[in-house]
Write a protein of this length. Structure first.
Length: 247
């Protein structure tokens, strides 16, 4: 099947708590799977539909904006189930559309921008969208650390190949220690790049990466990693969790 989606995401304008979402899921006929471990977000409430969709709820406290993600163990064979699950969530709760999120981003001030940018990234499609990509790239070099933190969340949520080089440039110029750590980790785990390979040696000559990208899942002792047990909450919560937002 050509052009299938790996996931579909919904960013909530009015974030439901786990109990409210669980009640909706039960009425819909989804089966609760418990809090399933996620590599970046930690244990997340997870449900499954009878036709193969897997639905995760990422709480606002962890991701800055509450998000529902619909995926499948074999997404290429469950595209219809994923689309139907997304539509059910959108009918039951107030959610952003991609256009709404982008329009709000263009009109909002710096204080509210981190949450809105996260909503933009979460509402983006599974393949590169130039308007969203440009917003994330611009935010990677914004003067406010919380906005740059939101841009890193955007890179993580979209995983677009087109963001690899801007992410590496950000990692080489970032001054906040926790954001440097997370940017290097993203470059390694999403794009299999070690940022220190791009540093300029003392001789002044530009050093090109000499080692090939590592296979997914491989780590090196020198590569930064998320703080143990913390995920995004530990790495980015301090920079963005206190931001207020009134959509």
């Amino acid at each position: 099947m050509a052009g299938w989606w790996r996931w579909r995401r919904v960013a909530f304008t009015d974030p439901p708590d786990e109990k409210a979402f669980g009640g909706f899921a039960a009425r819909t006929g989804w089966t609760y799977s418990g809090r399933v471990e996620h590599g970046w977000f930690g244990p997340t409430p997870t449900w499954s539909s009878l036709d193969g969709a897997v639905i995760r709820l990422y709480p606002q406290a962890d991701v800055c904006v509450a998000i529902a993600e619909v995926s499948a163990a074999e997404p290429e064979f469950h595209q219809r189930a994923m689309a139907e699950a997304e539509a059910m969530v959108r009918r039951a709760f107030r959610c952003f559309t991609g256009t709404e999120a982008l329009n709000l981003l263009r009109s909002t001030g710096a204080e509210a921008k981190p949450r809105v940018l996260t909503a933009v990234a979460a509402s983006a499609p599974d393949r590169y969208c130039p308007d969203v990509g440009e917003a994330i790239i611009s935010a990677l070099f914004a003067p406010q650390p919380p906005v740059r933190a939101a841009a890193l969340r955007g890179v993580l949520l979209t995983e677009w190949p087109q963001l690899e080089r801007p992410l590496v440039a950000h990692a080489l110029t970032e001054t906040e220690e926790d954001l440097v750590h997370f940017a290097w980790t993203l470059a390694h785990h999403l794009y299999h790049r070690d940022v220190d390979a791009y540093l300029i040696p003392q001789s002044g000559a530009l050093q090109e990466p000499s080692n090939p990208p590592e296979a997914p899942g491989e780590d090196t002792a020198a590569t930064p990693r998320p703080a143990a047990g913390g995920g995004l909450r530990t790495l980015l919560g301090a920079a963005s969790g206190r931001m207020t937002w009134s959509p």
